[in-house]
Design a protein around this ligand. Structure first.
Ligand SMILES: Nc1nc2c(ncn2[C@@H]2O[C@H](COP(=O)(O)OP(=O)(O)OP(=O)(O)O)[C@@H](O)[C@H]2O)c(=O)[nH]1
Ligand SMILES: [Mg+2]
Length: 388
């Protein structure tokens, strides 16, 4: 035990020792983590706390799944369209009002909390693409620890492709963010962060081989210990960028999900919204794109649709046959898709007998350029596939 921990830390540790349930343990560990002084001498301690938290998170999820077998409702929403994006926020912030403006769905709107009690999907049509939006019922503090339907709701969020956080500008938005981010953190959902670039290839023998060891900002023996803890005894580990030990632990932790997110700042028409909006920007604009709207007045909704489209991370590809016009509508693909991905999507034949493609659009230097299977496409490209 480090000698220089604070009284708060010791109190939290005492709380942890006395904790009986998983949620109690999680709360106590979070306090320990928050109160331990951050310097080199406490790094191992912080790592231990994080690892324990990750274990408890998995245990909580397991408990939840066992209960579900007992007949509890599953809230999972089947994916449709090019991407699934969840609308998440505290109760009564205007999620249903937004669903009504953005999609074809008839959601109930009322001026009290918990009008919506289960996830409601709807389709948003924008730029020739269908994107599925899902309203998640209002999250509350403690949701991730099983309060309300919290853990089920958070698993709906984990399964989605991206997250749109809805805030109410008539209330303190920074406080709303703090509550939501804590729940996400506890549920292992990382927003607008990327998994540290550490690659682990298990091998059948040969022990642990580390490439890029100079990128590890800490003791390598700690890294070895973490790998042992995960029962990785033989593997080729490649550290592709500088990482702290905590970042290395995150890269190893398969209970984490990494998602892109934006903030929808709703009720921009309400009293006090202007000041709240600038406080929100000051605190979060660096990490999140913030789109101010008013669902009630219908203000800035086109901009919001554009932002949701970007968030979905898709590109539209127009396919064509030689000598013909491009087919309409375009097909939606994930950003970073290649010519062969498109071929697979059209027909198995096309990918099996692929020879080359001609492409018009942003990804090529001149119209109709001949490209190979691995050519990466961009939004709006026209693709003509030639087969054997
Ligand atoms: N002033 C103002 N009020 C709004 C706006 N959007 C929604 N509201 C009001 O906020 C209240 C809640 O709206 P809902 O759309 O039901 O909110 P919700 O987030 O779906 O609520 P729950 O499902 O209960 O979590 C209603 O009284 C809406 O009329 C807006 O842009 N401006
Ligand atoms: Mg609602």
């Amino acid at each position: 035990m480090p000698t220089n921990v604070t009284a708060e830390y010791l109190a939290a540790e005492e709380e942890y020792r006395n904790a009986r349930t998983i949620p109690e343990k999680i709360r106590a560990l979070e306090k320990m983590y928050a109160t331990v002084p951050k310097h080199k001498g406490t790094e191992k301690l912080r790592l231990q706390i994080k690892r324990k938290l990750s274990e408890l998170r998995k245990e909580l999820e397991k408990q939840r799944q066992m209960k579900k077998g007992g007949g509890g409702p599953s809230l999972a929403v089947r994916k449709e369209g090019a991407a699934q994006i969840v609308l998440v926020g505290l109760p009564n912030v205007g999620k249903s009002s937004l669903m009504k403006k953005l999609t074809n769905v008839e959601a109930d709107v009322a001026d009290y909390a918990f009008t919506t009690v289960e996830p409601i999907p709807g389709m948003m049509h924008h730029k020739d693409v269908q994107i599925q939006l899902v309203e998640v019922p209002g999250l509350v503090e403690g949701a991730s620890l099983g309060k309300g339907m919290g853990t089920q709701l958070l698993s709906v969020i984990r399964n989605a492709d991206a997250v749109a956080i809805v805030l109410d500008l008539s209330q303190d938005p920074v406080k709303q963010m703090e509550i939501l981010l804590r729940e996400f953190e506890r549920a292992g959902i990382k927003l607008n962060r990327r998994r540290p670039r550490v690659e682990i290839k298990r091998t059948s023998m040969g022990g642990i081989v580390i490439n890029g060891v100079e990128n590890i900002r800490g003791e390598v023996s700690e890294v070895m210990r973490m790998l042992r803890d995960e029962r990785i005894h033989s593997a080729e580990v490649t550290v592709k960028e500088p990482v702290t030990l905590e970042e290395f632990a995150d890269a190893l932790d398969d209970s984490l999900v990494w998602r892109r997110a934006i903030i929808i700042a709703n009720k921009g028409d309400a009293a006090g919204s202007r000041g709240n909006y600038s406080r929100l920007l000051k605190a979060y604009a660096e990490r999140f794109k913030v789109i101010p709207v008013s669902a009630r007045r219908g203000v800035n909704l086109d901009e919001l649709k554009d932002a949701i489209y970007d968030l979905a991370g898709i590109i539209r590809i127009f396919t064509k046959s030689p000598g013909e016009e491009p087919a309409y509508p375009p097909i939606a693909m994930k950003k970073g898709s290649t010519v062969i991905d498109v071929a697979k999507k059209i027909h198995k034949e096309f990918s099996r007998n692929f020879r080359y493609a001609r492409v018009w659009g942003k990804s090529v230097k001149f119209p109709g350029q001949r490209v190979g299977a691995d050519h990466v496409l961009e939004d709006g490209d026209v693709v003509e596939i030639h087969i054997r």
